[in-house]
Ligand binder design. Structure first.
Ligand SMILES: O=C(O)CCC(=O)C(=O)O
Length: 423
């Protein structure tokens, strides 16, 4: 398969793969050196190499799961990236044949290895885009060699997309103060009236130049570029509920089994995922809002409008009924609605004392126990003192969520949002 050579061409020197192993147990490093030697093409790949690389990945996986995720040493995650690349090569070399259909299945398996590496690993210092480049090559192979029968039935699937339906007028189902709305404010106005005083705002017509506004409505576009990619899905009514879990699955399976599931079925949400780095074609379909270049005063009295701040970009895709529990984040945030409507509820940081944080659970220390759409006032009596702000965020609108503002979000329809966190 020519993809094997294409993947080998991505690394200048096989030794780069070994760099993160310098601090890892010598036995594991030895095994990796043996596996890496196949990249020179001088040695044939054997089943023994497959067992070795699986052992290495298992060892690293255990180390990634000890203690807190943020505290895992970077070299373990970079080693996971190297080993995922190596396993991909080994799987392809051991299983390639003259049968194109079989090869497609092998390449899809290899893509799963790459995606697990992307989700758990970290980029190699000497080759920042190794796994995304591998994924691009493998996806291209699958899309060029697959027959159209594996795609969705277009008419059937497109009819379930929101833009094909008449626009639904949603009423705000909870009472509260409306969040301000402005059509495309200037940066200056946004800074003066909202960013500096840390006030929420709905920005209308700020996404008209995004190709995503039309392109992402076509499910076959999304499935063609991402259908075989593995993505993390949150399962359950909300991330703070007892029934919450996370599962890895292909984007195609997510669309079929969760996104397009009938009402009343288990909810699956592709939430807070760096999909646009995983599938870089998607980044061309959006535009980072200019508002994200604003910075907060640190020491001096002057603002610095430096535009080299890279916001963190996440995708949120789900069926009607996904709920993000009431929580806050430390950064400035623009949540941008590509399609579907969402009900947004917010509270100011000064109301924290009325919101009953989960203070006995470190993972939920930014989350409230109160469901603001149906508060249990017998358990959370002080909640009645909090001032609720609300709006319906429609397709094409962005909501500015200032740092530490509490927000609770329900999708009223199938929905695709992208958010930008910056500091
Ligand atoms: O849209 C959602 O479900 C949640 C978004 C969110 O929590 C955020 O942008 O911080």
């Amino acid at each position: 398969m020519h993809v094997i050579q294409d993947l080998l061409n991505l690394i200048n020197k096989g030794e780069d793969l070994l760099v993160p192993f310098a601090k890892i147990h010598p036995h594991i490093k030895e095994l990796m050196i043996e596996c890496e030697s196949i990249t020179s093409g001088k040695k044939d790949v054997t089943n023994c190499n497959l067992r070795q690389i699986e052992y290495i990945l298992c060892y690293l996986h255990d180390h990634l799961n000890i203690g807190k995720w943020d505290e895992v040493a970077e070299y373990y995650r970079q080693a996971y990236t190297s080993a995922s690349y190596m396993k991909t090569l080994i799987v392809l070399q051991l299983n390639s044949s003259f049968n194109i259909d079989k090869n497609i299945e092998v390449v899809k398996t290899a893509l799963q290895v790459i995606d697990k590496g992307f989700l758990l690993g970290l980029p190699l210092v000497s080759n920042l885009t190794l796994l995304t480049d591998c994924a691009r090559i493998l996806t291209k192979y699958v899309s060029e060699n697959s027959v159209s029968s594996s795609k969705f039935n277009q008419t059937e699937e497109l009819s379930s997309f929101p833009h094909k339906k008449q626009k639904v007028e949603h009423k705000v189902p909870v009472s509260g103060r409306p969040i301000d709305g402005v059509v495309c404010p200037s940066i200056e106005m946004f800074r003066k009236e909202y960013f500096t005083p840390e006030k929420p705002l709905v920005i209308r017509e700020g996404m008209t130049t995004w190709p995503a506004m039309t392109k992402w409505l076509d499910i076959n576009y999304l499935l063609n570029i991402g259908g075989d990619r593995t993505v993390p899905i949150e399962i359950g009514s909300s991330y703070s509920s007892d029934d919450f879990s996370q599962r890895l699955m292909t984007f195609r399976d997510f669309i079929k089994n969760y996104y397009n599931a009938e009402d009343g079925k288990e909810i699956g949400y592709l939430a807070q995922h760096d999909l646009l780095t995983q599938i870089p074609t998607l980044i061309e379909d959006i535009k980072v809002p200019d508002y994200c270049c604003l910075k907060r005063i640190q020491e001096s009295d002057d603002y610095n409008d430096i535009d080299d701040v890279e916001p963190e970009i996440n995708a949120w895709i789900g069926p009607k009924g996904t709920v993000s529990s009431l929580h806050f984040d430390p950064k400035d945030n623009l949540l941008c609605q590509v399609y579907g409507a969402k009900q947004i509820i917010m509270f100011a940081p000064s109301d924290t004392k009325y919101l009953y944080v989960y203070d006995d659970m470190p993972m939920l220390s930014n989350t409230s126990q109160v469901d603001p759409t149906n508060p249990d006032l017998s358990s959370f009596a002080e909640f009645k003192n909090a001032t609720l702000y609300t709006c319906i965020l429609q397709a094409g609108e962005m909501v500015y969520i200032p740092p530490k503002w509490w927000h609770h979000i329900i999708a009223l329809e199938k929905s695709f949002s992208v958010n930008f966190w910056w500091q």
